[in-house]
Design a protein around this ligand. Structure first.
Ligand code: 6PG
Length: 246
């Protein structure tokens, strides 16, 4: 199931996305002890994270576990780090325990070592359940990439079956196309992302319009088109990304 919401402004998009995520956290925590939230990097989610941090004091953050869908292979102190962005906009403002924050270990010596460690960690953390993240936040590039799954990356035939935690890797090291200044990346695989209960895509700006349209049309050359979570996928767009700009 997928829903699309278009908002008149970026702030309205971010506000609604934060409300959607907060509501899902509250719903899941009514029936479960913990909640697994996977964060996106880039710039689009920043405002959503700030609103999530400030607008929902009743969230039991001590029961929320924070993960990342992907990371650039840079130190967590780098201005380009997705972890650093999340700590600045969200984690530094909520009472989430240290043990609940699961960054991708970019101090692991190499991208493949970092990917192996995170892959093993996710397998351990999710071993006793039939899905990975309760909700994954994703962005989309103008080339249709999402997380660090770039054009040319297709789901393996042995993709997740819907009955349980998928076989195969949940995390791997990738090299971004040459146009990207940080090419060494670690990313959750389609298996890991599609084993989420819910996915929320955030996209703003006319430069994303074509990628969003192709993804929603199921264009197999667009990585974001292969995102299909177990329950619900929701797009939060502004008029530019939705192709509705006057
Ligand atoms: C990253 C993200 C990446 C991002 C898109 C959109 O590490 O950069 O995970 O997938 O979501 O590139 O980025 P913007 O939100 O900055 O447009």
């Amino acid at each position: 199931m997928s829903d699309v919401h278009v908002f008149p402004t970026f702030d309205a998009l971010s506000r609604s996305a934060s409300q959607h995520i907060a509501a899902h956290i509250q719903t899941v925590l009514r029936e479960n002890d913990t909640y697994a939230l996977a964060l996106a990097g880039g710039s689009t989610p920043e405002r959503t994270y700030e609103l999530l941090a400030s607008g929902f004091p009743s969230i039991a953050w001590e029961r929320v576990h924070i993960f990342w869908g992907d990371e650039r292979f840079v130190p967590s102190s780098s201005a380009r780090s997705n972890e650093r962005m999340a700590r600045r906009t969200l984690l530094s403002k909520i009472d989430v325990p240290f043990a609940n924050v699961h960054p991708i270990p970019t101090d692991a010596g190499s991208p493949s070592a970092a990917a192996d460690r995170y892959n093993d960690h996710l397998r351990t953390v999710f071993a006793d359940r039939d899905h990975t993240f309760d909700l994954t936040i994703l962005g989309i590039g103008d080339d249709g990439h999402t997380a660090s799954l770039f054009p040319g990356t297709r789901p393996d035939a042995t993709d997740a079956d819907k009955t349980g935690l998928p076989d195969g890797r949940l995390v791997r090291a990738v090299e971004a196309p040459a146009i990207y200044d940080i090419r060494d990346r670690i990313t959750c695989t389609y298996r890991a992302l599609n084993a989420s209960t819910e996915v929320v895509f955030l996209a703003s700006g006319a430069d994303k319009q074509q990628a969003v349209a192709r993804a929603r049309a199921g264009d197999p050359d667009v990585p974001a088109a292969h995102i299909s979570p177990r329950h619900r996928l929701t797009w939060f767009l502004d008029p530019g990304a939705a192709g509705e700009e006057a």
